[in-house]
Unconditional design. Structure first.
Length: 287
């Protein structure tokens, strides 16, 4: 399949990126980082999660963040991760236009991350998708640990495809596959992506690739060869899952942008301004 001429990067630094940092960014700094990113041309940002603030203190200001988002940037999409009906209700009241609903292909990870097994989490996810769409909220549904799990090892591709099939029933707007443990490899990309595409039709397919083993760029290239044009990235390569051992680091937005630009693939992002965003983040995380 021909590589895309344009790739869209969803910036997840304010959700996945900072959720494990020792320093809690105040609302003012989050807003300043959002402003800088949008000035750099980033048009898709996952900015928070509506979760228990006692478990993830970095996300405690979710409502306040949505209430103070800049209004002057046209065409910028802001989204949030949710796990349950309470999270959806909070997102709806905060006027979130998009939510992400993920189910882990690893039952062990699901129990650690959500307090319930994969099957129960899937039933909840289907209900959340239906309710979100009824409320006029765009939904990104997906499967985490889609390429393996450090807690359980190999995850059969058919398990992932079965989950995708069930998540498709309530008709989400987008399907995402996440290498949450960062142990996926290019062969898995070449096998799973076409099979998933065959199930979701013209729905958008996006990838969330962690870099725990340093293979994320190889997986990115394999996915590009499969025609994937939507990826989650995090400024500075920050982030990871607090409930998985060793699952640290996302694809760095600035490096992905440079990589794609060198390949002649357009992102719509200003590289120089993006570099300034990296410096701004570094200053925030050392203060």
């Amino acid at each position: 399949m021909k590589q895309p001429s344009r790739v869209f990067l969803r910036e997840v630094v304010l959700r996945d990126g900072i959720q494990q940092e020792n320093i809690l960014l105040p609302l003012s700094k989050k807003l300043a980082l959002i402003e800088a990113l949008t000035e750099a041309g980033v048009r898709d940002l996952e900015i928070t999660s509506f979760v228990n603030p006692e478990k993830v203190p970095a996300m405690a200001d979710a409502e306040a963040l949505f209430s103070r988002l800049p209004k002057e940037h046209q065409g910028v999409r802001y989204s949030a991760l949710i796990f349950n009906e309470k999270g959806l209700d909070r997102a709806r009241k905060a006027a979130a236009q998009e939510v992400a609903v993920f189910v882990s292909a690893s039952d062990t990870h699901s129990r650690r991350n959500m307090g319930k097994g994969t099957r129960d989490a899937l039933e909840d996810a289907v209900m959340l998708i239906l309710k979100a769409k009824d409320a006029g909220i765009r939904v990104r549904a997906g499967v985490s640990n889609a390429f393996g799990c450090t807690l359980e090892g190999n995850v059969p591709g058919q398990v992932v495809l079965d989950l995708v099939g069930e998540l498709m029933q309530p008709d989400p707007d987008e399907i995402g596959l996440a290498d949450t443990s960062g142990i996926g490899n290019p062969c898995q990309m070449r096998d799973l992506i076409p099979a998933c595409r065959g199930m979701i039709g013209d729905k958008r397919l996006s990838l969330h690739l962690h870099n725990a083993h340093g293979w994320a760029f190889a997986n990115l290239l394999a996915a590009l060869d499969m025609g994937v044009a939507h990826f989650d990235t995090s400024l500075g390569g920050t982030g990871g899952c607090p409930f998985l051992p060793g699952a640290a680091g996302n694809l760095p937005t600035e490096q992905v942008h440079s990589f794609l630009t060198a390949m002649g693939i357009h992102t719509g992002i200003d590289g120089q301004r993006l570099g300034s965003c990296v410096q701004l983040l570094r200053q925030m995380l050392v203060c």
